[in-house]
Design a protein around this ligand. Structure first.
Ligand code: CA
Length: 235
């Protein structure tokens, strides 16, 4: 059986032990690293399916680790950080992290994030076999659901997996207001307070990529206290 392998990068041994014990209990394989250099080495030699990455490492910033891994791999990276500033999260996401967890986190939350990545990988594998040609267009925005690529003005957008998922969810429901709870359920399979906060961050990074003026968004409209809606835009 091909078990899911997780690389746990964390220099704080109690936290690392909590994560590895949780993984072991739930039948995941894991390897660990307690520094940035070790993390990069393990990422390249152990072929993990997912990386849990602490940002505060003794030898280098976790952001640097993301940058180095992204030079050669798209492996999913979930940042675990005590930094709760939106700016740090945005920086990590911009550097290519796929998702993040804020410390302190619950083991349930950690497992939920991991399941999201597993589902995403399973979906990628199953969709790769489909011959269906489904294209969404709205104004200058185009999504190729089969190639899993999005374009703006014919230029490919560099979206993280969650941004892409979010864009597809809104696009498939163009014209409808989707509530925060609905969106977080669809994206993360849960709707913790943290997820709603994450949603705001992902929405901000997504908008930066698709909106000409993020202050007066053309595509994604905010309904304060309710949710978001993809608007139909004239081509
Ligand atoms: Ca640390």
């Amino acid at each position: 059986m091909n078990k899911f392998k997780v690389l746990v990068v964390e220099d704080d041994s109690p936290v690392r032990n909590l994560i590895t014990t949780t993984l072991k209990t739930h039948d995941y394989l894991f390897v660990t690293a307690s520094s940035g250099e070790e993390a990069i080495m393990q990422a390249s030699t152990c072929n993990p399916d997912v990386v849990f990455l602490d940002l505060g490492l003794p030898d280098m910033d976790g952001i640097e680790v993301i940058k180095r891994i992204r030079e050669w791999s798209n492996m999913p990276i979930i940042v675990i950080s005590a930094r709760s500033d939106d700016e740090d999260k945005i920086e990590a996401l911009d550097m290519g992290a796929d998702d993040y967890l804020t410390k302190p986190f619950s083991v349930e939350e950690l497992l939920a994030r991991l399941r999201v990545m597993q589902r995403r990988i399973a979906l990628l594998t199953s969709e790769a076999g489909m011959g269906e040609n489904t294209i969404y267009t709205n104004g200058q925005l185009k999504i190729d659901f089969v190639a899993r690529c999005a374009y703006l003005n014919e230029e490919e957008l560099k979206l993280t997996p969650i941004e892409y998922k979010l864009l597809c969810l809104l696009a498939k429901n163009t014209g409808k207001v989707l509530t925060h709870t609905y969106i977080t359920q669809k994206i993360w399979g849960s709707s913790w307070q943290n997820d709603v906060a994450s949603l705001r961050v992902f929405m901000a990074t997504l908008r930066k990529k698709i909106e000409v003026g993020p202050d007066c968004p053309q595509y994604i409209q905010t309904h304060i206290g309710v949710g978001y809606r993809m608007m139909r835009v004239d081509g």
